[in-house]
Design a protein around this ligand. Sequence first.
Ligand SMILES: NC(=O)c1ccc[n+]([C@@H]2O[C@H](COP(=O)([O-])OP(=O)(O)OC[C@H]3O[C@@H](n4cnc5c(N)ncnc54)[C@H](OP(=O)(O)O)[C@@H]3O)[C@@H](O)[C@H]2O)c1
Length: 273
Amino acid sequence: MTSNLSVAGRTAIVTGASSGIGRAIAETLGSAGAHVFLAGRTASAMEASKKKIEQAGGQADCVTLDVRNPAEVRALVESAVSASGRLDIMVNNAGVSFPAPILEGEPEEWRTMLETNILALLVGCQAAVQAMRACSAEGHIVNISSIAAQRRDSGVYGSTKHAVNAISATLRGELEDDTIRVVNVMPGAIATNFARNFDPAFVDAIVKMTGLDVDVVKGDRLPDEVFEKLTGSLRQTLGDPVDVANAVLYAVTQPIDVNLADIVVRPPKQMNL
Ligand SMILES: NC(=O)c1ccc[n+]([C@@H]2O[C@H](COP(=O)([O-])OP(=O)(O)OC[C@H]3O[C@@H](n4cnc5c(N)ncnc54)[C@H](OP(=O)(O)O)[C@@H]3O)[C@@H](O)[C@H]2O)c1
């Protein structure tokens, strides 16, 4: 029988750690004792998480990057290894959605989804496996997919998440003789900045339910207090990012001979994504 792993003393990278699900995963792993490298675009948000992690007695570093550039993802992994001497957990979380119908979509938006949701995740998986093998880690690759991958008609965004499921399953097979497990997580609707590229009228209607006076601008992030209110008042339909983070923490602390392969985390009422 093998024993449960602790995250204490392990090094973790989380991409898309400046908002939503990635931020919650980074804070949860960091507060549980991992040395976390937060990677994302908004430095101020990551610095705030670093402070929280350090106040909880953990260790964190922030890296600002664009995951669409493979060289930046490889450099992120190299910097974590050179600073901490190892890599144990790689969370490929950064992702975007442009929900336009195929007949109205823009190739640049498709390219952004393909490069962020698939290409960056592939490069992250490959670089992380090399780093984990080099330090003989009992490692975990965590890929953030979506319940959109459970439906065939989930658009271009959904097709990127079908690809994530296929990549996770294929990599899991390639690693079955290694001490590296692949965990594929499919969240349902979670209260984050995920809808930043949706129709502003739709987002505005949801924000209005919080009673806060906030301008909704397409492409922009919303203030944290909006999500704090939403996870209180719409809990049946919008999950809390911490729900996903807790599932990730559970998966990466199982004995290395146990693979939690696919995990769906969703609120009781399900919205299509
Ligand atoms: N929320 C949901 O309902 C839901 C459901 C299923 C799956 N997911 C998946 O969960 C993951 C996290 O999304 P979320 O809901 O937490 O959305 P979010 O709040 O918008 O967070 C997305 C994160 O990815 C980062 N990011 C995006 N493009 C990037 C790039 N080119 N380079 C570096 N970082 C980049 C963002 O950085 P900045 O904010 O700094 O720009 C942010 O930190 C995504 O893969 C998404 O597809 C979300």
